[in-house]
Ligand binder design. Structure first.
Ligand code: UTP
Length: 287
């Protein structure tokens, strides 16, 4: 199965940093955001990646490509561990498709039609960094195999935050799995059918493509995947899945700070320092 990463967005919330550096390259400690999503995909058994990129995001296209002078430098310095780190993606398959204009997430996915080749495929938004014992894409692939249906990842959010998300509702088929009967992108305050929010992981089927081609501009004047999924729900069963794990919204500045701190508290090499730092900051002392 292929996985599509739509990474052509402008990243307005991270300007001016994202004027020259793609948002997906911003580091969470020492690895870029996109690498967490790619590693999750690899750990879920996926190794064929399709990136929807944009003009000006060449750094993203170069990131997974070999850098022979750097390899030679690290080899000369005897830095084998770092060498392994930079080389680990060389053998994977990466394809890049350009979205010339940022017409929306749904429009970006539509561009992957040929690359996906008529088979079910996964989608991951790297802004959503998910830490889980079993990678969330692997959890969703198991649900997809069982029900042979498209699967959208969900989590509960406070009602007041519903207008920021795609919100869905429907009857449960088993613990964590429900049949989507309603789905609305960024509902107006008080209009959300539930507090079940779509998170950036999907297993899609190729019958979404003709619906995306027909989709009109929706919320924010962009072509939204959600609108095509609503059409898909009229034609076949579409599932929602409450994943196990913790999701961080690294696409907002506050969410980014939270992501950094959590990853720092989990990593062995940064854990103790970060704990001490947070404790001393909480006491309002100098670290
Ligand atoms: P966002 O709505 O988060 O937009 O897109 P963004 O540009 O990344 O960030 P802001 O809102 O300007 O700060 C959700 C996902 O869809 C991709 C984005 O790259 C992101 O992964 N996307 C969005 C595209 O690939 N193309 C688009 O036209 C719009």
């Amino acid at each position: 199965m292929k996985i599509v990463f739509p990474v052509a967005g402008v990243g307005t919330r991270f300007l001016p940093a994202t004027k020259e550096v793609p948002k997906e390259i911003l580091p969470v400690i020492d690895r870029p955001l996109i690498q967490y999503a790619v590693e999750e995909a690899v750990a879920s058994g996926l190794s064929d990646f399709v990136f929807i990129t944009a003009p000006g995001k060449e750094a993203l296209e170069r990131y997974f490509a070999p850098n022979r002078p750097l390899d030679a430098f690290l080899r000369r310095q005897g830095k084998e561990k770092l060498l392994d780190d930079v080389r680990r993606f060389y053998r994977k398959r990466f394809a890049y498709i350009r979205q010339e204009q940022a017409l929306g997430f749904g429009h970006a996915i539509a561009l992957a039609e040929k690359a996906v080749g008529g088979r079910p495929f996964a989608i991951a938004l790297p802004d959503d960094l998910i830490l889980a014992d079993k990678p969330v894409l692997a959890q969703m692939l198991a649900v997809h195999r069982k029900y042979k249906a498209p699967v959208l990842a969900f989590m509960k959010v406070p009602r007041a935050e519903a207008p920021r998300y795609g919100i869905g509702a429907g009857p449960f088929l088993e613990e964590r799995v429900f049949s989507l009967e309603k789905l609305v992108e960024k509902p107006a305050p008080g209009k959300a059918p539930s507090n079940f929010a779509v998170i950036g992981r999907y297993i899609m089927t190729p019958d979404i493509f003709p619906l995306l081609q027909r989709a009109r501009r929706g919320a924010g004047g962009e072509i939204q995947l959600t609108d095509a999924v609503v059409e898909l729900m009229k034609r076949r069963r579409v599932l929602g899945y409450f994943f196990e794990g913790r999701r961080f919204d690294a696409g907002t500045t506050l969410g980014y700070v939270e992501t950094l701190l959590h990853v720092a508290l989990l990593r062995r090499d940064t854990r103790d320092f970060t704990r001490r730092l947070l404790r001393s900051l909480a006491r309002d002392e100098k670290p």
